[in-house]
Design a protein around this ligand. Sequence first.
Ligand code: CAA
Length: 283
Amino acid sequence: MEINKIMVIGAGQMGSGIAQVCAQAGYNVYLNDLKQDFVERGLGVINKNLSRQVDKERMTAGEMDEVLSRLTPSTTLQDAKAVDLVIEAAVENMEIKTKIFSDLDAIAPEHAILASNTSSLPITEIAAATKRPEQVIGMHFMNPVPVMKLVEIIRGLATADEVYEAIETMTNNLKKVPVEVNDFPGFVSNRILMPMINEAVYTLYEGVATKEAIDEVMKLGMNHPMGPLTLADFIGLDTCLYIMETLHEGFGDDKYRPCPLLRKYVKAGWLGKKSGRGFYVYE
Ligand code: CAA
């Protein structure tokens, strides 16, 4: 199962990061989104990241041009007819994802692997929207993609061993570390991370300490690079809430109940860094 050409669907924060690391590893990549504007914004972020590498003399201007030449903008899923792997990084919505996967199933070549970067939605259910569930897999990258080493690889119920191995090899080629995980709500990363973040929000809600104090305890006491409330703002409070709801519904256990304060912030449109305000205010 040789992988040369890739399509990344979604040119947002995650999709553009994934496209960047794939192009840097030598793969030819279509960066796809619904509108040309979105794709251009994603390419702009990649350009900025690579320019920083050139400034730091970790890459030459010539190498940067080569990486950029491997990225092709795309606004139609029809481009998937020429690829060996699709990595979907669209919005976290099951209806949208199953529609994308069923469309891709009709367009992508028979041998192509269809991967999702979903942070918590069941891979098995996404795979059921296709006639090739054995070729559907989860590739969960962490934010910021160019920096974070982990790719959590999620096996759906039907994922074939050869498909897992091809994605494991490809992840190594990206100079990332693959970790194998089975398909359960939140996988491993978000099953552990999100309840910690939710507990930090409860700690604030119950007036145990200020937001700054909560973050400082976890940064200095546990050596976390960011405190949990800063991290929640960085991830997006809507995403955190959505993942907590997925855990709550998936396991049916009260311990995953989202904190009312998290719900309130999301209802207020305080979504974190991306909206300019979450637990903190961003200029
Ligand atoms: N894109 C590309 N590179 C970035 C970047 C971005 N968005 N943000 C930071 N960097 C790079 C910087 O250029 C810098 O590179 P060099 O060291 O090579 O010069 C390096 O990262 C460190 O950056 P800074 O010095 O500016 O800041 P920092 O030391 O505080 O690190 C951080 C920033 C890497 C984001 C760090 O704070 C961190 O690791 N935070 C935790 C991140 C985390 O937990 N991510 C997982 C979130 S959960 C998730 O993604 C999954 C999910 O499903 C929700």
